[in-house]
Write a protein that binds this ligand. Structure first.
Ligand code: SAM
Length: 189
């Protein structure tokens, strides 16, 4: 996803739902100056140890001016927002005209890949969660069904449409990992 954003050294990037910073670090390695946003202070502490600026906020209400960033990214955010079109409008709002947006999300495979994916998410993840214990039990129980519900409501073609309605053009999507991943890019009008 970061490679597809074609980042120029010194560009200002905003990584929303930064979590422990896997996307933040890739943006930095590509030469961007990064502001990392997450609703969780504990996650942010891990994300920003390496020089990014940390801001605790929800992706639905970003404390930044219109057009403040050259690049906006978000990974594994949209399954957690109540109003997806409104969240996309807010993410696009802080992007300058011509700025680029990138997203990573889980996908739901179709065709022959669907059955192994279903077994992996419904049985494999559940067993792994039980084996690791702690909060991972809940993750193992929750994740597969959550991805399924999201993909049913927001299949890739609907997401592409929602991005366009939020003010993005040249919207494109890729479905890596046999459809188990979804990567999207777009450019602010
Ligand atoms: C699975 S982590 C993703 C981490 C990171 N983007 C990555 O790709 O490694 C999801 C993160 O989203 C954050 N999050 C969930 N809902 C959010 C919201 N509405 N606004 C901001 N952050 C949110 C959580 O706190 C968590 O850190």
């Amino acid at each position: 996803m970061v490679a597809g954003l074609e980042i120029e050294p010194g560009e200002q990037a905003l990584d929303v739902a930064a979590g422990t910073g896997s996307i933040t670090r890739r943006l930095q390695r590509a030469g961007a100056r990064v502001v990392s946003v997450d609703q969780s202070a504990a996650m942010l502490a891990a994300a920003t140890g390496r020089g990014a600026i940390a801001v605790r906020a929800g992706g639905e209400r970003l404390p930044f001016a219109d057009g403040a960033f050259d690049v906006v990214t978000f990974g594994y955010l949209l399954r957690y927002v109540d109003d997806l079109p409104a969240a996309l409008r807010e993410l696009a709002r802080v992007l300058r005209p011509g700025g680029r947006m990138g997203m990573v999300e889980f996908g739901r495979p179709t065709g022959v890949s669907w059955a192994p994916w279903w077994l992996y998410t419904r049985v494999g993840l559940r067993l792994a969660g039980l084996a690791v214990g702690g909060g991972w039990r809940e993750v193992g129980r929750f994740l597969g069904a959550n991805i399924d519900a999201f993909a049913a409501t927001w299949p890739p073609h609907r997401l592409v449409e929602a991005w366009r309605e939020a003010g993005l053009e040249d919207v494109r999507a890729a479905r890596p990992s046999l459809g188990g991943g979804l990567v999207m890019w777009g450019r602010r009008l």
